[in-house]
Design a protein around this ligand. Structure first.
Ligand SMILES: CC(C)(COP(=O)(O)OP(=O)(O)OC[C@H]1O[C@@H](n2cnc3c(N)ncnc32)[C@H](O)[C@@H]1OP(=O)(O)O)[C@@H](O)C(=O)NCCC(=O)NCCS
Length: 191
């Protein structure tokens, strides 16, 4: 496995381990690794990782929202096809993927800033040591370098991460449902 691919597999695995009940993990490690590769390569998105020795201990991903990540994935048609074969026969999953598309281009989402912190995860053995705070600071610096004045964070209301984002100075400015029945807080962080 090349060093580059290892990074995306590491990020995908940490995402799956950290957000087990989320929908994206159910699409599998290969789909997520491809998604994170696209995030890392796109000029409208960023992936910040933190390794200790050879172990990934945390990452944060974000987009400035000027283009679609799912469109970026289509530039890897073979990989996309292969990663989606296992879910292609699952109608419920296809419906959820369509829900995500609708949400991202929907009227509710359009009322908020386009830049978005997509996912932040810290390995469970390294939590409460300031790793996420450090990654968040890296993201704020990235936004400053790209003249992004604010970004949103959409967080399931049941997650402890709500406290983390409040502590970083983000403010709850609404709520929405990405999937039926699951409420999320919409935070806005002014850079
Ligand atoms: C949320 C998460 C990224 C925080 O990572 P972390 O490295 O442990 O966070 P930090 O150590 O930088 O925390 C900084 C401060 O945020 C607050 N905080 C962080 N985690 C918290 C928790 N679980 N409960 C309450 N407050 C928390 C605390 O005030 C903390 O400071 P303290 O430890 O001195 O009290 C991590 O718990 C995680 O990966 N969770 C699972 C994935 C997830 O829910 N991601 C967010 C959705 S995208």
């Amino acid at each position: 496995m090349s060093k580059l691919n290892k990074k995306y597999i590491d990020v995908a695995n940490l995402h799956i381990d950290s957000l087990k009940t989320g929908f994206l993990p159910s699409l599998g490690v290969r789909f997520l690794a491809l998604l994170y590769r696209c995030i890392d390569e796109a000029d409208f998105a960023t992936l910040i990782v933190k390794y200790r020795d050879d172990q990934l201990i945390g990452f944060v991903s974000a987009t400035n929202g000027t283009s679609s990540l799912y469109k970026a994935m289509i530039y890897y048609p073979l990989e996309l096809f292969l990663t989606l074969i296992p879910v292609a026969i699952d109608l419920k999953k296809i419906k959820k993927i369509l829900n995500i598309f609708n949400h991202m281009s929907g009227a509710e989402r359009a009322g908020y800033p386009s830049a978005e912190l997509l996912t932040m995860c810290v390995h469970k053995d390294f939590r409460r040591q300031g790793v996420a705070e450090n990654l968040y600071l890296g993201l704020v610096r990235y936004c400053q370098s790209k003249s992004i004045s604010e970004f949103v964070i959409i967080v399931g209301q049941s997650l402890d991460a709500n406290k983390f984002y409040k502590n970083q100075g983000a403010k709850v400015s609404g709520e929405l449902q990405v999937h039926n029945g699951i409420n999320s807080n919409v935070f806005i962080h002014k850079v």
